[in-house]
Design a protein around this ligand. Structure first.
Ligand code: GDP
Length: 538
């Protein structure tokens, strides 16, 4: 590979080769832009063809509501597709799935804390769509490097400059073309690879075949004319000349800092442009990055193992309360059987059956390096935001919990079973599937979610996994805020306002109300108390 180890910030030391070759990323896109198709082609080129069908099956299942419930039941598929590892050239790619449904933005946010880069897929005819913009903003909060793939160039698409302008203006990021499309729609022939002076030609006859690649000597090479008809060639030369004049040149450091995104044009369904994008991820995508933590940062090259849980998922068999915690390795070289310290409880855990999500299949992981994602089966000890280390009391920072936007009261269909409901709800709270608040005054639970569909999913899971029919009813409250600030003031306030106060699953105090006006008033009258819409999970 040409510049294998260049994907490093200027001030970082060289990483051990096993870590330096890892690229851990997620795909962000608006539904229908082609994320699934692109994922399948990644796996195809990553030598894991058998998986491709499964990705498709999972997404089809997600499409309709009833199937969505089925998918929740059919947890096997969603577990194994949550993180996929595959090799491409010298690189090990770890692709972390972002939930597609807009209802799960919090989950998505946390997923993005576990990756070092994002691939943004846009539809060439539609440009930057709403969901893409939202996800992009989340990436921006962390200055995540972003590589862009403009898909569906085999269809009528917008003018290339127009697409680039739209990204620059809408997302306020510099865009540099890595390739330039030749023709569009039915006339789409392929791309000119601006980084390597190559013609990449599409093969429409076989969608899984790798397209033809022709090395040329710049745009004046007479060889081009053998492959590109005169009217397209003239346009290509003109456009590339303009692009080189008007658009910024690729600056690897600016890409790593998240200020510039290189864009590749292609057609995922025709496998076109995908390899170039993968090479781009390898060359310009970052190596495993330093992880923010307390009381100090964790560097990937450190000899000792550290990792953090960014997602918890109930396991396949609903009869057992087993779960899989998804752990992003932040440093070191993990080996199966290692004993790690669970920092929150200071207990030692032997990690004897970790799972590595190799695209070919779920497999027991014998080892993992900084950058990798492993699954740790457990009975509920591991929660989102937890850190595992070889003993040092480090806590990974920056994994947020958001105040829910919808609140409902949850009651057991059979009042005798309220205890079981307590257990079920606290499991879902630990999984991050919902916020559960226990009012200090009165009975029942108040459950908070980001999207309405989650109430239905929860009701169906509680019934299925706990045999417990439940009712969700409108709550008198519409907003929840965590209470922070001076502890004595918070406690005094809580004691005086019992009807409005609850505790969350970690025992932290929450203020519940139905009016923003109330929140403003509390903050005005009690300057020593802060009401926050996010809380860091530590
Ligand atoms: P997702 O919702 O982002 O996962 O999108 P999918 O990968 O499911 O793609 C949405 C639709 O676009 C599907 O019908 C795909 O077959 C189609 N599609 C994906 N890539 C391309 C492409 O390059 N060209 C064309 N014409 N269609 C595509």
């Amino acid at each position: 590979m040409r510049i294998l180890y260049s994907a490093r910030m200027d001030n970082r030391p060289a990483l051990p080769p096993e870590i330096a070759r890892r690229r851990t990323f997620a795909i962000i896109s608006h539904p229908d832009a082609g994320k699934t198709t692109l994922t399948e082609k990644f796996l195809l080129f990553g030598g894991a063809i058998q998986m491709a069908g499964q990705v498709r099956a999972k997404v089809e299942a997600r499409r309709t509501r009833s199937d969505f419930m089925q998918m929740e039941k059919d947890r096997g598929i969603s577990v194994s597709a949550s993180a996929m590892s595959f090799d491409f050239k010298n690189f090990r790619f770890n692709l972390v799935d972002t939930p597609g449904h807009s209802d799960f933005s919090e989950d998505t946010y946390r997923t993005l804390t576990a990756v070092d880069a994002a691939v943004m897929v846009i539809d060439g005819a539609k440009g930057v769509e709403s969901q893409t913009r939202k996800l992009f903003e989340v990436c921006r909060l962390r200055d995540l490097p972003i590589l862009t793939f403009c898909n569906k160039m085999d269809r009528e698409s917008r003018d290339t400059f127009e697409i680039i302008d739209e990204i620059q203006e809408n997302l306020a990021i510099d865009v540099t073309p890595a390739s330039w499309p030749i023709g569009v729609g039915r006339e789409f022939l392929g791309c000119y690879d601006l980084l390597r002076d190559r013609l990449e030609l599409i093969d429409r006859a076989d969608r899984n075949r790798v397209a033809e690649s022709i090395a040329i000597d710049g745009l004046d090479d007479p060889k081009i004319a053998e492959h590109v008809p005169p009217h397209l060639l003239e346009k290509l030369r003109e456009e590339v000349e303009m692009a080189r004049e008007l658009l910024p040149a690729l600056d690897p450091q600016a890409v790593l800092e998240g200020h510039m995104t290189p864009i590749w044009f292609g057609s995922a369904i025709n496998s076109f442009g995908v390899r170039e994008l993968m090479e781009g991820i390898g060359t310009y995508g970052p190596e495993p990055q330093v992880q923010k933590a307390q009381p100090r940062e964790i560097a990937p090259e450190e000899g000792k193992v550290a990792g953090f849980v960014f997602k918890v998922q109930a396991n396949m068999d609903p009869k057992h309360r087993d779960r899989v915690a998804f752990v992003r390795m932040a440093s070191g070289h993990f080996e199966r059987g290692m004993k790690l310290t669970h920092v929150r409880t200071k207990k030692t855990m032997a990690i004897s059956n970790p799972v590595l999500f190799l695209a070919s299949d779920r497999e027991l992981a014998d080892e993992a390096w900084a950058g990798d994602i492993i699954g740790i089966p457990n009975h509920g000890q591991l929660r989102i935001g937890d850190t595992l280390t070889e003993g040092e009391l480090l806590r990974v920072a920056g994994i947020p919990s958001f105040a829910p936007e919808l609140l409902q009261t949850c009651r057991a269909g059979d009042p005798m079973k309220a205890k079981h409901l307590d257990k079920a709800l606290s499991q879902f709270a630990e999984e991050g599937a919902a916020k559960v608040f226990k009012p200090t005054f009165g009975s029942g639970f108040i459950v908070g979610v980001v999207g309405a569909l989650q109430f239905e999913v929860l009701a169906s899971r509680i019934e299925m996994e706990y045999g417990l029919p439940v009712r969700f009813e409108p709550s008198q409250f519409t907003s929840a805020r965590w209470m922070a600030g001076d502890k004595a003031a918070v406690d005094a306030f809580a004691a005086k306002n019992k009807q409005h106060v609850a505790t969350d699953n970690d025992g932290d105090l929450v203020y519940l109300t139905r009016m923003q006006w109330d929140i403003d008033r509390v903050e005005r009258d009690h300057p020593e108390i802060r009401l926050t819409a996010t809380k860091e999970m530590m």
